[in-house]
Design a protein around this ligand. Structure first.
Ligand SMILES: NC(=O)c1ccc[n+]([C@@H]2O[C@H](COP(=O)([O-])OP(=O)(O)OC[C@H]3O[C@@H](n4cnc5c(N)ncnc54)[C@H](O)[C@@H]3O)[C@@H](O)[C@H]2O)c1
Length: 250
């Protein structure tokens, strides 16, 4: 049987903001987990804002794996917050929108082409956010990009459907990764507290969710992704799957 193959592209180590992108150690940790689990992996450092780089990495990776692409997770993203729309600078807007919207466009465009060429259909899963469903104060560029990729997803689902390529979005509420577990988000959501702690941050979010949890785990998002990738979801396309403990219902 063919080993499951993973093609990982991540910007890694270009450090543009705090907490910054994945480090070299994060990358090596991800790579090290694949083979013991019975898979094989090709990992390339690419900035998703660079279309030519994304296309080259995917094509080269696929050659090593025999040319077939079944599942794509367009997951790279950055978070930026702290200013209301009237105060967001063009620099911040461009940085966020270039990664969170244009980067997803680059990934979907390349993946769509390669899946059409391979002729086996496929599943493209885009990570949006709860901020792709409801408005979020002081998070304007991110919220705008995460809504915009829903439009991108719906368009791609329409255009790629005849090739049996499915396209869906995931909408997690806060996931306990380094994107959210740092002082800056604590200050964003608890502006009146001088030195907010993770416990205070957790308490706030427990109260905001119909299912009273502080956040979801990466595994919860992975499980949703795996179900959208599976053959059991063969007619799921154009869908927005929430992993949010009911957060966006309020
Ligand atoms: N953590 C949360 O609370 C949360 C909630 C909802 C949605 N999301 C979304 O989930 C996705 C994953 O986020 P995460 O929580 O794992 O954050 P993270 O910061 O741990 O991971 C983001 C990854 O994207 C990579 N990346 C950033 N800019 C890139 C670029 N230009 N090119 C290539 N790679 C780039 C980073 O190196 C990093 O590996 C993002 O799209 C994020 O917006 C996260």
């Amino acid at each position: 049987m063919r080993k499951p193959s993973t093609l990982l592209i991540d910007v890694s180590t270009i450090g543009v903001r705090d907490p910054g992108p994945a480090t070299e150690a994060d990358l090596q940790e991800a790579i090290a987990q694949v083979e013991p689990a019975g898979g094989q992996i090709v990992a390339t450092k690419v900035d998703v804002r660079d279309y030519a780089g994304v296309e080259k990495a995917l094509r080269e990776g696929l050659e090593k794996f025999g040319g077939r692409l079944d599942v794509v997770s367009a997951n790279a993203g950055i978070f930026a917050f702290g200013a209301e729309l009237v105060d967001i600078t063009d620099t911040e807007w461009d940085e966020v929108v270039d990664t969170d919207l244009k980067g997803v466009f680059h990934t979907v465009k390349t993946a769509g082409k390669l899946m059409i060429e391979a002729g086996n259909g496929g599943s493209v899963i885009i990570t949006s956010s709860a901020a792709g469903i409801k408005g979020t104060q002081n998070v304007g560029a991110y919220t705008s990009a995460k809504h915009a990729i829903v439009g991108l997803m719906k368009t791609a689902a329409l255009e790629l459907g005849r090739h049996h390529i499915r396209v869906n979005t995931l909408h997690p509420t806060s996931v306990r990764t380094k994107m959210i577990l740092n002082d800056a988000p604590y200050k964003l959501f608890l502006p009146d507290v001088e030195n907010p702690t993770i416990e205070q941050f957790d308490d706030l979010f427990v109260q905001m969710r119909p299912i009273p949890v502080a956040g979801v785990e990466s595994e919860d998002v992975t499980n949703a992704l795996m179900s959208l990738a599976s053959d059991e979801a063969r007619y799921f396309t154009g869908a927005q799957l929430k992993v949010d403990a009911g957060f966006t219902l309020r």
